[in-house]
Design a protein around this ligand. Sequence first.
Ligand SMILES: O=C(O)[C@H](CS(=O)(=O)O)OP(=O)(O)O
Length: 225
Amino acid sequence: MAGPYIDVVKLTSLTSAFYDPDVLRSKIRLLRDADIDVCVGGTCAEVMLWQKVYPAFLAKAGQWGFTGIEISDGTIEMPDAMRREAIDRALSGGFRVFSEVGRKEWSPQTGLEDLVSDLKRDLACGVDKVIVEAMEIGQSVGIMDAEGNPSEEGLRALTEAAGGSEKVIFEAPLRHQQEIFIDRLGTNVNLGNIPPMEVLVVEATRWKMTGIPFMTAYSANPTGA
Ligand SMILES: O=C(O)[C@H](CS(=O)(=O)O)OP(=O)(O)O
């Protein structure tokens, strides 16, 4: 039902390893039939790199029908050369490659300057889009403060570094922060970590904040309903 409003579904973290195979296959098929990319969680790729089985993992992900790979260093240290190679291999394997900047725990490495230079490095490596880490909690991580408000300086610096917001996906699981991103960066800003049940709410928020009368939304509804 929410398909027209979704570009990519991430089977988060390591969860795809624990699906019943038939369920995983049919879920991926359903998403692909709706023209939605399906991506493996970044933590999963981190584990595969750490265990030195990354090439086999890419092959398997392709066989399952995943179309996206996320390269992150949320839980492991990843030298630049290793990151570049991981991105290159995924690109050569025909995947859409998303990278993620920011760590899953507070550390000096989550400073804004590091996020900006990591974003620039990854875009130069040819990733499709760079995800800004906010996890599923959305608070006290990356550019989010303890209440889940993104820093204005962070928004500005990251979008400037990316030449606009088109190449950036801001993880924004909380409603008030979704509104802030839409207000500051426009209706079509890429938002990530939207729980499946919230997709239509986010779409309605995008419309609400453009000020377009909802009757227009009913007429333009791409589902034809
Ligand atoms: O980085 C993410 O957004 C996700 C979910 S969380 O950080 O575990 O809340 O992790 P990922 O491993 O990229 O799916």
